[in-house]
Design a protein around this ligand. Structure first.
Ligand code: TXA
Ligand code: MG
Length: 540
């Protein structure tokens, strides 16, 4: 066992000491903005070999070379495509790693015997100052023993590597929380590992990027592996994790019944009766990224054995969160009810009805929640009594609701609106659930709830996915005018009375652009397929 030196990121002499250790062939764990890295001189085969030993890492899994200045690319990379220059300008320093052709200066120990090299210029100043102090590029994988969740705090590193490395530089918790995005620029640009820089950001900079199948799916053992790291069971805590693909409410009831430990979102914490660890808000992939690995470490500390985890969204940074969590779960996914309830929302006039019809062509069912909410049997005698107590006896005559009068009274004040919703929403939801059951009885597995007020009604809690349909405002106003035969002013007023489009897109798993620029069919087809597959349709 080594005597591990604990160095501080705030002391100049400690940074210099870190450089010295690296120069004499030793290993130093250091903070970066993604995760903590375990650094050695990338150009020194014997130093790099120590990394593999300390981590217990298979030697065919190459390392990322960290630089502190773009000029260092010259000795590492034999060819610099224009796309690499663009990406470096835009995203360095930062959580992006590029795969490029290597020079003979990069030893095979660093490149895992490949003809390419992975390079990154980190944004964390402690990391770059250590690279400068060492005066050489640093090979640095995540500072964890192989297969364990990557470390995002000094404590994670200390608990895992104390006694196995020469030094650990103590810094703050990692700002991004997941390892860098890896993009290969050998031939057509290809995303090998999603991370803090999103696919959309990369595509905006250099155009279309292929997503390697390993990003979303389990690698076939015989398949050609483009990023060797993706084939190993990664990120796994000691616990056995199962990912639950269900709506928030379905997840809670399933977890309360079956779970002995739960990995959940903040919003659901209070409703869980089993021990749980939360990893952020349902709608903030960024926060989930930052907290996921810490949450996995916490599950280990709490000695969790079987963990049920809620499925994260795959949009933006969410793709990286999903990619890590599905690996932590060894690709075990359970859909407890073998269906997918999907909310479809968006501002009025965007084109939901048309989109719904296309989903129906693919075998999905669409429920018009507005229509369901107007069904007479939603308003049972108890409901009518409650409404009368709140809004006056005369809003119903002989058990029949005077909708106009009710609306007039209820919409007169915020409080009235709230009370109306409190009384009617649970009943509307119950009715929607009845309709969902009927649809399921008739063999439908993907049920789309067309509900303009999905969130206000609380119906989002019944949905495992959210679809948002968008269109530019002028177009929506025009559609409303035509559809309802009303003036431009009235149509505008209706549009303004609703949430901004961003309210919906921020909460969506899928955004469908109904502006007419892109065909609807071509957008709906892959979504329908994915939903049918997630719902367990074998032929999807
Ligand atoms: O954020 C990060 O990238 C962190 C910090 C420390 O910088 N490092 C990191 O390293 O995540 P590591 O070793 O845990 O992951 C490196 C990944 C592996 O999946 C490896 O297979 C892939 O990069 N890789 C390295 N060189 C490659 C190459 N030439 N071609 C394809 N994939 C490569
Ligand atoms: Mg790693």
């Amino acid at each position: 066992m080594l005597k591990t030196e604990i160095l501080s990121e705030n002391k100049k002499e400690d940074i210099a000491r870190a450089g010295e250790i690296i120069n004499s062939g030793g290993l130093v764990a250091m903070p970066t903005e993604t995760v903590y890295g375990l650094a050695a001189n990338a150009l020194e085969p014997s130093a790099v070999s120590k990394i593999y030993l300390a981590k217990g890492r298979p030697s065919d899994n190459p390392l990322i070379v960290h630089i502190s200045d773009i000029s260092q690319l010259e000795e590492l990379v034999s060819e610099l495509p224009q796309t690499a220059v663009l990406l470096a300008k835009k995203f360095w320093p930062g959580p992006l790693t590029m795969i490029l052709s290597k020079t003979s200066k990069v030893p095979k120990e660093t490149s895992g015997g490949l003809s390419t090299v992975a390079v990154r210029l980190p944004a964390n100043e402690t990391a770059t100052s250590i690279i400068e102090a060492a005066g050489v590029p640093l090979a640095a994988p995540s500072a964890n023993t192989s297969g364990r969740p990557s470390p995002t705090t000094f404590e994670h590193v200390y608990n895992d590597l104390n006694g196995k490395v020469e030094a650990i530089v103590k810094g703050k918790a990692s700002a991004v929380g997941l390892e860098s995005t890896i993009v290969s620029l050998i031939g057509k640009p290809r995303l090998l590992r999603p991370g803090g820089i999103t696919l959309a950001q990369l595509e905006e900079a250099i155009g279309e990027i292929e997503v390697d199948s390993a990003v979303l799916e389990q690698m076939d053992e015989n398949a050609k592996v483009r990023s060797p790291g993706m084939k190993y069971t990664h990120y796994s805590p000691k616990a056995n994790i199962t990912l639950i693909d269900a709506s928030p409410d379905e997840f809670i009831s399933y977890a309360n019944e079956k779970g002995d430990f739960v990995l959940c979102f903040d919003e659901d914490k209070d409703k869980l009766t089993v021990p749980c660890v939360s990893y952020g808000s349902r709608y903030s992939s960024q926060e989930q990224a930052k907290r996921l690995f810490s949450a996995l470490h916490e599950l280990d500390e709490k000695k969790a054995k079987n963990v049920l985890a809620i499925m994260p969204r795959k949009t933006g940074v969410g793709l990286a969160v999903y990619n890590r969590l599905i690996r932590a779960a060894g690709f075990q996914v359970v859909n407890p009810n073998n269906h997918m309830i999907v909310g479809m929302c968006g501002v009025t006039g965007a084109g939901k009805t048309t989109v719904g019809k296309i989903f129906e062509d693919y075998g999905c069912a669409v429920v018009d929640c507005d229509e369901v909410s107007r069904r007479p049997d939603v308003y049972d005698s108890e409901c009518i009594r409650e409404l009368q107590a709140e809004f006056g006896e005369d809003i119903a005559v002989e058990g029949r609701l005077d909708r106009r009068l009710l609306a007039k009274r209820a919409f007169a004040s915020e409080k009235g609106k709230t009370r109306l919703n409190q009384i009617t929403h649970p009943r509307i939801i119950a009715k929607c659930n009845e309709v969902i059951s009927e649809m399921e009885m008739s063999g439908k597995r993907v049920i789309i709830l067309d509900a303009p007020t999905l969130f206000e009604a609380g119906l989002d809690r019944e949905c495992a996915r959210i679809i948002t349909v968008t269109a530019p405002e002028e177009l929506r106003v025009e559609r409303i005018m035509q559809r309802d035969g009303i003036s431009k002013e009235l149509a505008m007023a209706r549009v303004k009375a609703q949430h901004d489009e961003s309210f919906f897109t921020e909460r969506a798993d899928y955004v469908i652009d109904a502006s007419g620029k892109l065909g609807l069919e071509i957008q709906v087809a892959p979504i329908a397929k994915e939903l049918l597959k997630a719902a367990g349709e074998v032929n999807a």
